[in-house]
Design a protein around this ligand. Sequence first.
Ligand SMILES: *Cc1c(COP(=O)(O)O)cnc(C)c1O
Length: 376
Amino acid sequence: MMKKIQMVDLQTQYAKIQPKVDKAVLNVFSSAAFINGPEVQSFQTELEEYLGVKHVIPCANGTDALQIAMMGLDLQQGDEVITADFTFAATVEVIALLKLTPVLVDVEADSFNMDIEALKKAITPKTKAIVPVHLFGQCANMEAILEVAKAHDLYVIEDTAQAIGADYTFADGTKKKAGTIGNVGTTSFFPSKNLGCYGDGGAIFTNDDDLAHTLRGMVNHGMYKRYYHDVVGVNSRLDSVQAAVLRIKLPYLNEYCDARRKAAEYYNAGFAASDKIITPITSDFTTHVFHQYTLRIVDGDRNALHQHLLDNGIPNAIYYPVPLHAQKAYADERYNEDDFKVTNHLIETVISLPMHTELEKEQQDFIIQTVLDFLG
Ligand SMILES: *Cc1c(COP(=O)(O)O)cnc(C)c1O
């Protein structure tokens, strides 16, 4: 019998590494080094090596990572920070929380990432930073974004929560890992992310020594020396238990990304003949690690398809159903609907299918057939 289809199958993934994970976690329990123990230190070093970045600063979750990165850059109230309209709310949430001014811009229909012309148009004398989100697992056009940032003296903060492990290739052939390209990058180890722990976790990346020093104090109450508080900080730490899990999983990250890519290719081939579906593209400057596999339904009732799949035991999701500029918390009279044509269209047409490291061909065949049968 076909295994029950899940949006993300973390149980099967765990079963394959269970003895290692259990041992690592129990070691933390018996060592009682729960906070900032050696596991955290080792994970930090191993992730620095994997990413080819000078500094990894572990923290409690991906949202904190974004907030602390912005705190470390010393942005001031009223500074404008540009990010994409089509993303998870965490990105814009921390901008607003820090009393900075979020400026949302439209995305590209095919890559779902920040539109460079929209970015250029949104820049004002108050703009201080750009936050590209590498949505669904592939990098935004970083070369173009860095060029804009340089021309206007702006910081670049990469939200890499969905794209850890992706490789970016510059026009001159230089390769860098997602999150290590701008001034600072952030990620999340939320369980369903490509490198997920077994609870909450996050990290900040940077090649800037001074910024790294600032950030390391900020995650720990602004302390650079115990009980001396030089700056206002937060309490945002990666648990030793989560670090122990992540140390087991990090060596599998490339394998996990490959498994996702393979599943995506299989879906792509299955849907290729349909003229009602646009399958996800991979921009030529980036690899895609398929945090999500997201179709656009161009001729058909997306909402009815969503329900039909659920009725047939196929979980699926609409990422994202509401553009950020239209969310109650982030609406602003400055925004003009004409500036969000693509996002406004995407929210009506996208649908994300089950995507994880453990998908079986039999499951994918059933999903593909059910989608094709419905769209006719
Ligand atoms: C998951 C996610 C976050 C937040 O990560 P948490 O660890 O859940 O706080 C931020 N940005 C994006 C794009 C995400 O997908």
